[in-house]
Design a binder for this molecule. Structure first.
Ligand code: NAP
Length: 255
């Protein structure tokens, strides 16, 4: 058995695309998450599931033990900074320091909203860890926009923040990029990656409704505190973009 790649949050939206891609690349994979979704699949197809909690510290030492690369994809509603700090601490005690790869979010340094701030602090913990590291920022995943659109479409009219500029991406394309980074040398902060089309939240919801043959008025509502979003700070910088469009993503989904 080769030294495994640890995927924290390997059962999540991104992690579920990452794990098979790493296996296809011939790597042994270890997954850390709190739930028992992996129970009964231990050692199946080169995947080892470790149950643990990055916030309480349970299971972390077993998860990082002997890992050559850590893809840190675990994320929760709160506590991400503590989780990243605990992971860094445990990884620092390894005889051979693992390469820590961290998917962050475009706009982490632009918005003072709680989630973005915690991503920025986690980035700093990774960069200051003393471990070899790579950080890439990605835009919102299509799944996230889809789940919001599904909920909002239950209403007779669909309110969305006005001028909310986005360039979301297919999470499998994020996974492909992360595998490339994980199998390469530590690279520090690399280019952002977003999807192929800039849009607005309102227009993406309109496309969702249209492709599902549903008629609902979409009402853009101007909200305070979003001037930086309207100015494009959630858009990726740089020439590299994903390929799958929102329409192509929706074609494979139940609406
Ligand atoms: N979603 C987006 O639009 C987006 C955009 C850019 C970057 N990102 C980043 O990409 C990463 C993955 O996002 P995602 O959308 O795939 O997240 P997700 O679907 O919410 O999955 C989160 C994963 O983390 C695990 N987890 C949560 N808290 C944990 C804890 N305390 N200890 C151990 N495991 C824990 C969850 O499993 P359990 O609940 O079973 O523990 C799950 O496997 C995150 O860092 C996120 O910030 C996301």
């Amino acid at each position: 058995m080769t030294s495994p790649i640890l995927v924290t949050g390997g059962t999540g939206t991104l992690g579920r695309f990452l794990v098979p891609r790493l296996l296809d690349a011939g790597r042994d994979v270890r997954v850390l998450s709190r739930s028992s979704r992996g129970r009964g699949k231990e050692h199946e197809q080169g995947v080892e599931f470790v149950r643990g909690d990055l916030i309480t510290g349970a299971g972390i030492d077993a998860a990082v033990d002997g890992a050559s690369v850590i893809l840190h994809c675990a994320s929760g509603k709160k506590g991400d900074e503590a989780a990243t700090g605990n992971l860094v601490e445990a990884a620092s005690h390894q005889a051979t320091p693992p390469h820590l790869v961290y998917p962050s979010i475009v706009g982490a340094d632009a918005l003072s909203l709680g989630y973005f701030r915690s991503k920025l602090h986690s980035e700093q913990a990774v960069a200051d860890s003393g471990l070899p590291w790579t950080i890439a920022r990605f835009t919102q995943f299509y799944d996230y926009i889809l789940s919001g659109a599904r909920s909002m479409a239950k209403l007779p009219v669909v309110p969305v923040p006005a001028g909310f500029r986005v360039q979301p991406i297919d999470p499998d394309e994020v996974a492909a990029r992360l595998v490339e980074l994980a199998l390469g040398d530590p690279a520090g902060r690399v280019e952002d990656l977003g999807g192929p089309q800039e849009s607005t939240w309102a227009d993406m919801v309109r496309v969702y409704l249209r492709t599902g043959h549903r008629r609902r008025p979409v009402i853009p509502v101007r909200l305070p505190g979003l001037a930086k979003v309207r100015a494009g700070r959630l858009l990726p910088v740089g020439p590299v973009t994903g390929r799958k469009t929102w329409e192509e993503f929706l074609a494979g989904k139940e609406r």
